[in-house]
Design a protein around this ligand. Structure first.
Ligand code: SF4
Length: 339
């Protein structure tokens, strides 16, 4: 079924409900897909005893509403807009990925801007799950303009050939020796995530905004500001290490290792447990700097509003001299969330 231009597998949802004997379900959707969640609830109402909609934040498959579903005794979760993230779901979960049915905006944007990619020779190509169905069309179009596009195989948490997430690009990074640059289909956000981990030129294509452009200047600006925040954190006396309880972001072990490393370097830090990492809560917590073990992109996207350093684990290692800036920045380790 098509809802708002997205393919919604309603029949698959009905079969899943039957096979798993689901009577109460929690439907979870990110901002932008909440109306689809409501429409889906209408479609499924005759197949279930109770349907509840999750009204909290949700930015990725990492953020599965297990605690909320358990609190209302739901038998399972219907999670919209993301592919499966966790290797094992704590509750029966069906991921309705909401893929885009029409490749029109994607191809139109590519055609309008193809001159930017001509001459690239061979590129690595990735897309968020919404646009994955159209990757072959993109490859074909690029091929007609003498650009050959390579995709990487799935590797957890990525479930599909060519898929990227804002925090997961490993298959593309492995192609580094074979390509002259990368094209990421999704948004500026998704392109930036890869650009922080490679020195190759990066282009992003946003079909919703019909925009395609390079990101290298923005990445350089961003890295200069990251360097500044690492320097600022060196002077902080009160450091909080953030742990989120979201199932796909929970890294208590990483936080404890970081705490020990900081103590060995003569710094004191406390572990701060959160659900959503909200900037107001951070500013109110009394710390002068943070190390973020939750979603790595919080350190990039929310840094401006927090104002206090919100370092990635690798940046914390640079701060205490356990790693070197030039070894980490624009390399595959940069967004890694373990130490
Ligand atoms: S970028 Fe953040 S929100 Fe998105 S999947 Fe990764 S951890 Fe989750």
């Amino acid at each position: 079924m098509l809802i708002g231009g997205y393919k919604i597998e309603v029949e698959q949802a009905k079969s899943w409900i039957k096979e798993n004997n689901i009577r109460r379900v929690l439907i979870q959707a990110p901002p932008g897909l909440r109306e689809i969640a409501r429409r889906l609830a209408e479609e499924l109402s005759s197949s279930l005893e109770e349907i509840m909609l999750h009204g909290g934040g949700c930015w990725g498959g990492c953020d599965l509403a297990v605690a909320h579903a358990s609190a209302v005794s739901a038998d399972g979760i219907l999670h919209l807009g993301h592919a499966k993230f966790l290797d094992e779901d704590p509750l029966p979960t069906l991921y309705l990925e909401c893929r885009r049915a029409d490749p029109g905006p994607l191809l139109k944007t590519l055609k309008k801007n193809i001159r930017l990619l001509e001459g690239c020779g061979r590129i690595g190509l990735g897309a968020i799950v919404q646009w994955l169905d159209h990757l072959d069309l993109v490859k074909q179009f690029l091929g007609e303009h003498d650009v050959s596009a390579l995709t990487g195989p799935p590797a957890s948490p990525l479930r599909y050939e060519g898929q990227v997430l804002g925090c997961a690009y490993a298959p593309l990074l492995k192609l580094s020796e074979k390509v002259n640059g990368y094209l990421i289909i999704g948004s500026r956000f998704h392109g930036l995530g890869l650009g922080l981990q490679t020195e190759k030129p990066i282009y992003f294509l946003d079909p919703e905004l019909e925009t395609l452009g390079p990101l290298d200047a923005e990445i350089e600006r961003l890295l200069r500001s990251r360097y500044g925040y690492i320097e600022m954190a060196r002077r902080a006396n009160k450091i909080g290490i953030l742990v989120s309880v979201k199932p796909g972001q929970f890294r208590a072990r990483c936080a404890m290792s970081l705490k020990k490393l900081l103590e060995r370097a003569g710094r004191r830090a406390e572990i701060l447990i959160m659900d959503d990492v909200e900037t107001d809560l951070l500013r109110d917590s009394g710390f002068e700097a943070f190390i973020n073990t939750a979603c790595p992109r919080l350190s990039i996207e929310d840094q401006g509003s927090v104002k206090l350093p919100l370092l990635l684990p690798t940046e914390a290692l640079i701060m205490i001299g356990e790693a070197r800036w030039e070894e980490v920045i624009r390399g595959p380790r940069y967004l890694m969330m373990g130490v």
